[in-house]
Design a binder for this molecule. Structure first.
Ligand SMILES: Cc1cc2nc3c(=O)[nH]c(=O)nc-3n(C[C@H](O)[C@H](O)[C@H](O)COP(=O)(O)OP(=O)(O)OC[C@H]3O[C@@H](n4cnc5c(N)ncnc54)[C@H](O)[C@@H]3O)c2cc1C
Length: 475
């Protein structure tokens, strides 16, 4: 550390911590960041998890929100090394008849592939595809009266519904229903739950509006670009420094925690009112994940060859199967046939694997804190749509939910969103306050994905928290 006193200290060098630091440094404030791990990046890191030369995204892998984020878009990240790669198609969803539904960047191509549901699909998503920027400004913005009330009313009326309810009412074919259910399952909530449609509509619209890109060289390139920019602005980053108490920090006018609420209690507990701590304890975390990374001898042998066009593949069959899998997780069970979100980077980014070899990345949802090994169930699901997959595996690396939390303390019980994004919690996380980034300590803020707008690599939580800190503590 170069100084004993700073304008602001940020605890945690995840995408939101880095975004907070950027926002503060851009306003000329002195900032230091402390990161517990050896490297920066939080949930956006890349590592040789399986065999030498195979570069796997440890957590985040596909970045529609990163690409669309109003904050990232305003930064010169390409000058600091970030390059997005767009797969030929955003998403493929294979089915048992040997075909796949393809979500292409081009609306017409997607509509053509949906046959009789094509027109209904276009009617549902097109208003949001055409207005994606104002929509995102609202959804990723601070809670306030909408600036685009008609657009938001239209979105809200659909988004509030369950993904299963909306898909059943809008689409006739099993294929389109399966596609929408897979998108809705990114909510990590049972698909009968309110608000799961919001995820389907947002991710579907972004697939057409900006695509579902991956970062060239690995997701680590995103925090690396942010850190390079921070370095140019003179911000210090100290790694291998786990903060356990506010007393561990140098003097600063503002402290921003890129942590989950449980660590807010631990780090500042002795100074926070007991009523606030009691309420924080009741914060609800969502299901965990079980993740597998594979080193492969060749691409995945999908029966539906179109799957090789897509960066992401949803492996789980029909809507009813996905509903059952996610419903089981919601009940605290481990589904026999889990729904898997799979990414195949090396098909589009040759830097991820040695020549001729490939990587695959996949995870399924499991109950919070699960230690059940889901490898065989996940691989059986992939084998179902890609017979011979098992023969191509050269190496694998797995992490259950408890391992996930050990890897990154923000994934409490393996919850990669740092809290359930349901109606009761999504807008007011971690607790209802005029500004959710503030705490009862005037100059202490929370800036992680446990604040609005929530999970994903977009930096918006950090950006909003830093803006509040600038107004309150750093005028
Ligand atoms: C398997 C998996 C798949 C995912 N897929 C995607 C995806 O494809 N696309 C996407 O957009 N998002 C994805 N995500 C979610 C995404 O990774 C997170 O939403 C995002 O990283 C949250 O950013 P953050 O900055 O709030 O927190 P984090 O990225 O979790 O960063 C928090 C940082 O703070 C550090 N820290 C915590 N406590 C302390 C302490 N006491 N002292 C010092 N440092 C501390 C941690 O070590 C960590 O580096 C995925 C996550 C996982 C696990």
């Amino acid at each position: 550390m170069q100084h004993t006193q700073y304008d602001a200290v940020v605890v945690g060098a995840g995408p939101n911590g880095l975004a907070a630091a950027v926002t503060l440094a851009q306003q000329g404030r002195s900032v230091v960041i402390f990161e517990a791990a050896d490297t920066i990046g939080g949930g956006s890191r890349t590592a040789e998890l399986t065999l030498p030369g195979f570069h796997h995204d440890v957590c985040s892998a596909i970045h529609p929100l990163g690409m669309a984020s109003p904050f990232f878009r305003a930064l010169p990240l390409s000058r600091h090394g970030l390059k997005w790669i767009q797969p030929n198609a955003s998403l493929a969803h294979p089915l048992d008849d040997g075909t796949a539904v393809l979500l292409s960047r081009d609306m017409q191509t997607t509509v053509d592939g949906l046959a009789s549901d094509g027109a209904a699909y276009r009617r549902l998503l097109n208003p949001f595809v055409l207005n994606w920027q104002p929509l995102l400004d609202e959804i990723l913005g601070p809670l306030r009266p909408p600036r685009h009330p008609f657009l938001m009313a239209r979105f809200a009326l659909l988004a509030i519904r369950s993904a299963r309810g909306l898909a059943s009412s809008r689409f006739k074919s099993e294929r389109t229903q399966a596609l929408f259910a897979g998108l809705g399952a990114h909510s990590m909530m049972p698909l009968d739950s309110m608000l799961t449609s919001a995820f389907g509509i947002m991710l579907g619209s972004l697939a057409h509006a900006v695509g579902w890109p991956m970062a060239a060289g690995g997701s680590q390139s995103i925090p690396a670009a942010l850190a390079d920019y921070l370095d140019a602005m003179g911000v210090e980053i100290v790694t291998r420094r786990r903060i356990q108490s506010l007393d561990d920090l140098p003097q600063a006018k503002a402290v921003l925690l890129n942590t989950a609420p449980n660590q807010l209690s631990q780090i500042a507990g002795s100074q926070l009112p007991t009523g606030y701590l009691r309420k924080l304890k009741r914060y609800r975390y969502g299901p965990g994940v079980f993740k597998v990374d594979w080193a492969l001898d060749a691409p995945i042998p999908w029966t539906a060859r179109q799957c090789l066009e897509a960066g992401t593949v949803h492996v789980g069959g029909t809507m009813e199967e996905i509903v059952a899998a996610e419903g089981a997780v919601g009940q605290g069970d481990h589904p026999e046939r889990p729904f898997i979100i799979l990414a195949q980077h090396s098909l589009f980014d040759s830097s991820r694997a040695p020549e001729g070899k490939h990587t695959a990345w996949g995870y399924c949802h499991v109950p919070n804190g699960s230690i059940v090994d889901m490898t065989a169930r996940i691989e059986a699901q992939i084998e179902r749509f890609a017979p011979g997959f098992g023969d191509r595996i050269l190496g694998r690396h797995t992490r259950n939910s408890v391992d996930m939390e050990a890897y990154n303390a923000n994934y409490v019980g393996g919850d990669i969103n740092a809290g359930i994004p349901d109606l009761r919690q999504v807008f007011t996380r971690p607790l209802p306050r005029l500004s959710p980034y503030t705490t009862p300590l005037r100059d202490l803020y929370l800036c992680s994905s446990a604040t609005p707008p929530g999970g994903g690599v977009h930096g918006m939580c950090g950006y909003h928290a830093a803006r509040v800190a600038l107004k309150r503590s750093l005028r």
